[in-house]
Design a protein around this ligand. Structure first.
Ligand code: GTP
Length: 444
């Protein structure tokens, strides 16, 4: 990718400053990521050998002008402590801080609540990345478009099949100018197949007044009880705020997607960068498998030293943690990640799967399209398998014998599959023992 040649200028004439925010949500979100999120917050779940959030952070670090990154969410303070330590060690010139919402404030509410730290040092603009997307994060191209068009906001967009589009935020844009003409979150009928990727670049001058107006509009009308698609917003009680809180901030969840983006489209300085590169949301636990494949493929294309060397038994791309023990007769790949201290026995076959920390796959077992949870055990000659779905498919459920089941088989933490047992299209909650063949079941 070409680097930015044009020295960018802010409105004051000096080089503009840019910050970045990663939105991570909190424990009440990511419910579709169960059973894996029962044991680990979704942003820390490892795909292609690294926590989901570190793929976002890695993309941010490619822009040398970003010196400050905020992780905004409502998980406990301790959750991201080690991750932030690692970031500071690997990138000492970047300040990374966790800003904790007292409860879910929504994707725009959190930004507004923490506007003081974000605005400190008067940055001209800042990126916002949803932590739960898997993509190549073409942030530099977004910056370039932002500069070229003197934009107030740039959104990353991608095309999806028409029938999938209404599950996302849809963007109607001018093909020539890239201007966003219209934005509707999960429209009832088809308006466009160009959808919101959950990556934005906002001018600080434009976004905060826009969120403030949305808060004002909201407080001027009766309170909404909940948004239909949101699990965490069902509970709308917000505790009383300090008296010095500004107008209306106290009482509502504000979401970029529902409350802000369609207004920005009216501003005429809102543009879309359409990426042709890979993009997927990581919502269901099963979606970690295609995300793992996409990030591994990217690492392979970039000839990452982290990946296992291709051989007769390693079909690339494959990631094997240095502390894992893989028997040389086991055949792995493509698109396999093996976590720390995992043990893979002789004659094992693993394909399109993630084997997590301390798990064991005993000799001659077969693991396909599956996630093997932390410290789980797959017995000798056992078979744990999901069903392949098309790469461009954004859904991780399939219909089998008239029943909707997960295409990816997931074993939660410390599950055990007995020798020679076959597990097919199942989701298995932590600590379960499977002693007989099962298919198309949620094992609780
Ligand atoms: P739906 O897609 O509507 O089902 O909601 P979702 O919860 O799956 O995700 P949403 O698109 O609303 O969230 C996008 C990103 O923002 C994800 O990374 C969430 O973790 C994060 N997020 C969602 N709500 C909040 C919030 O209240 N505060 C913060 N800080 N982050 C949030």
């Amino acid at each position: 990718m070409a680097s930015l040649q044009v020295p960018m200028r802010g409105k004051s004439g000096k080089s503009p400053t840019t910050k970045a925010v990663i939105l991570v949500g909190g424990p009440s979100r990511g419910t579709r990521f169960r059973p894996l999120s029962l044991d680990l917050p979704k942003p820390l779940f490892e795909v292609a050998g690294h926590p989901i959030i570190s793929h976002c952070f890695a993309a941010i670090t490619k822009l040398p002008e970003i010196r400050e990154v905020f992780i905004v969410g409502y998980y406990d303070e301790s959750v991201f402590r080690d991750f932030i330590k690692d970031c500071s060690r690997s990138h000492p010139s970047i300040s990374v801080r966790y800003l904790r919402e007292y409860q879910a404030l929504g994707t725009a509410g959190g930004l507004y609540h923490f506007r003081d730290p974000i605005l400190k040092g008067r940055p001209d603009r800042f990126f916002v990345l949803n932590a739960d997307v898997c993509c190549s994060f073409p942030l530099e191209q977004m910056l370039r478009l932002f500069e070229e068009r003197d934009a107030e906001a740039v959104i990353l967009g991608t095309r999806v099949p028409n029938e999938a589009a209404t599950n996302f935020g849809c963007i109607v844009s001018d093909a020539h100018s890239k201007r966003v003409l219209h934005y509707v979150e999960k429209p009832e009928s088809h308006i466009s197949n160009l959808i919101n990727c959950g990556v934005y670049l906002f001018s600080t001058e434009a976004i905060f007044p826009s969120i403030k107006s949305a808060i004002k509009r909201r407080s001027d009308r009766p309170r909404l009880v909940s948004y239909p698609s949101s699990d965490a917003l069902d509970n709308q009680y917000l505790p009383p705020q300090d008296d010095d809180d500004e107008d209306g901030e106290k009482n509502e969840v504000i979401r970029l997607e529902q409350d802000i983006l369609s207004d920005l489209a009216d501003s005429r300085q809102f543009f879309v960068l359409e990426t042709k590169d890979f993009w997927r949301q990581i919502k269901t636990a099963g979606s970690a498998v295609p995300a793992n494949a996409l990030y591994l493929t990217k690492a392979f294309q970039q000839q990452s030293e982290e990946l296992a060397k291709p051989s007769a038994t390693i079909l690339p791309p494959v990631f094997i943690h240095p502390t894992a023990r893989v028997d040389p007769t086991a055949k792995l790949g493509p698109n396999v990640s093996i976590g720390p201290r995992a043990v893979v026995g002789a004659g094992v076959r693993i394909k399109e799967s993630i084997v997590l920390e301390d798990a064991e796959v005993r000799h001659d077992a077969c693991v396909l399209y599956s996630i093997i949870g932390w410290s789980s055990r797959v017995g000798a000659w056992a078979r744990v398998e999901g069903t392949p779905t098309p790469v461009r498919e954004h859904n991780t459920s399939i219909v089998k014998n008239g029943v909707k089941v997960q295409s990816i088989t997931i074993l939660g933490k410390e599950c055990a599959v007995a020798d020679e047992v076959r597990v097919q299209n199942c989701v298995c909650l932590p600590f379960k023992e499977l002693k007989r063949d099962v298919q198309n079941e949620v094992i609780m």
